[in-house]
Design a protein around this ligand. Structure first.
Ligand code: GAR
Length: 223
């Protein structure tokens, strides 16, 4: 049976587009896309794909707690099995996170635990890093601190700017996120006692590697 999934966005929605293009409808049914910003281009992408959209503007709420309560109520109307943050640029309350523990995913544009928060590409350049990337992780109360599921790696080039580096990372996100989400939704990856397991065995704290996993999986199409 197809798993009901709600995707939260705030902006362009290129990761949402990757889900629309790469998730099999028999396995994953995107039942709603919710944005905190009415002008998010991802809403147009969703509408073009025939997915119901909702806008819940945080500026209409007195505080973070009341917004997150209303957001959870809205999400739960769609009865999702999984909630996927795809560029949803809001810090979430512990109550919200606890409510969806183990079935709430995020993507962050850095090799966590390096560079939580904003301006990750600029910070990687300033630090002189030779590689950079993105991380899909379970969401916990700690900002960008939840257990890692999978990472993508890209080289940092001598003439990179924050924008060129961001674009190289973004391209990998579009493979990384649908693959990691498929593993979770199919039940192969799960959060067990705060630890990520693949097929019942714990994985490395930094998560699976996209490039490694793709090689390992060549010939196995049951994910
Ligand atoms: C992505 O690069 C994602 O990693 C980042 O926002 C972008 C959204 O792009 N998320 C965060 O920074 C979360 N801390 P998109 O709207 O085109 O998918």
């Amino acid at each position: 049976m197809s798993c009901r999934t709600v995707i939260l966005i705030s902006g362009s929605g290129s990761n949402l587009q990757a889900f629309i293009d790469h998730l099999h409808p028999e396995q994953t049914d995107i039942v709603a896309v919710i944005s905190n910003r009415a002008d998010a281009y991802g809403l147009t992408r969703a509408a073009q794909a025939g997915i119901p959209t909702e806008v819940l503007d945080h500026r209409s709420f007195a505080d973070r707690a009341s917004y997150d309560r209303a957001l959870a109520e809205l999400i739960d109307r769609y009865q999702p099995g999984w909630v996927i943050l795809a560029g949803f640029m809001r810090i979430l309350t512990p109550e919200f996170v606890t409510h969806y523990q183990g079935r709430l995913l995020n993507i962050h544009p850095s090799l966590l635990p390096r560079y939580t928060g904003l301006h990750t590409h600029q910070r990687a350049l300033e630090a002189g890093d030779s590689e950079h990337g993105a991380t899909v992780h379970f969401v916990t109360e700690e900002l960008d601190g939840g257990p890692a599921i999978m990472q993508s790696h890209v080289p940092v080039l001598a003439d990179d700017t924050p924008d060129t580096l961001a674009e190289r990372v973004r391209q990998t996100e579009h493979q990384l996120y649908p693959l990691a989400a498929r593993l979770c939704i199919s039940g192969r990856v799960a959060l067990v006692d705060g630890q990520v397991q693949l097929d019942g065995s714990p994985i490395a704290p930094s998560g699976l590697r996209l490039d490694q996993f793709e090689t390992d999986m060549r010939g196995h199409r049951n994910d």
